[in-house]
Design a protein around this ligand. Structure first.
Ligand code: GDP
Length: 218
């Protein structure tokens, strides 16, 4: 897959530092521990790609990974040729850390809220939720920020390997019901898709890969 080309691009902690790129981005959001890093790593076929976001002090950062930039091998091996980048994958900070203080929470709210509502290059959102506990309060917050933009959301109900067939079918149906209740600013139906996923068992991998590439126009 083209997603296997993903390479670390940059990390930002303030909106003013967002990269001045002109390529489509797709952002991965989710409650901490939902399985976001595992999903990014399996989709990009790289074990440690979404690992930096977990190192202490980095949990509140937005990490960008580039697709399609040929590596400039001449001087610095890890430098990407910005002109050749076709798209960016964006790993948003996981939300819902119990230990996050009041000010850190406010910073999170502003950073994520402003990013998903205002970033023009943002083409779509991938919302990652544990299929056993979807739509936590902060997932709903994310939907409420993003739905008015009218841009599409693709939901991964992950860790589906922990559910039996009946539970999985129910999780999918209930998720569709919740997502059906949102609309954009003009009252149009909200363009969402939802699927079952497991990083561990590689369930839904092809479907997610195809969807992400489609949303990025790749
Ligand atoms: P993040 O905080 O959202 O980035 O979550 P991680 O990707 O680090 O995953 C959190 C925990 O869930 C880890 O212990 C993973 O091994 C586990 N996990 C992630 N994805 C799956 C999955 O598809 N199936 C199962 N059974 N466990 C998973």
């Amino acid at each position: 897959s083209k997603l296997w080309q993903a390479r670390f691009f940059t990390t930002v902690n303030h909106l003013r530092d967002l990269p001045a790129t002109h390529v489509p981005e797709i952002a991965f959001a989710g409650r901490s521990n939902a399985g976001k890093s595992s999903a990014i790593n399996v989709l990009t076929n790289q074990k440690g790609l979404a690992f930096a976001s977990k190192t202490p002090g980095r949990t509140q950062h937005i990490n960008f990974f580039s697709i399609g930039g040929a590596h400039v091998a001449m001087h610095r091996k890890d430098e990407t040729n910005v002109d050749e980048i076709q798209a960016l994958l964006v790993d948003l900070p996981g939300y819902g850390y119990a230990e996050v203080s009041g000010t850190a929470k406010l910073h999170w709210q502003r950073l994520l809220g402003d990013y998903v509502q205002r970033r023009e290059q943002l083409a779509a959102l991938v919302l990652i939720m544990d299929s056993r506990r979807p739509f936590t309060e902060l997932d709903i917050q994310m939907l409420e920020w993003f739905a008015p933009t009218g841009k599409p959301i693709h939901c991964l109900l992950t860790k589906v390997d922990k559910l039996n067939r009946n539970e999985a079918t129910n999780a999918l149906r209930q998720a569709r019901q919740v997502l059906d209740s949102y609309e954009d600013e003009e009252g149009n139906p909200f363009p969402f898709t939802v699927q079952l996923f497991s990083s561990l068992k590689r369930v839904g991998l092809d479907e997610a890969d195809a969807k992400i590439l489609e949303l990025l126009g790749l």
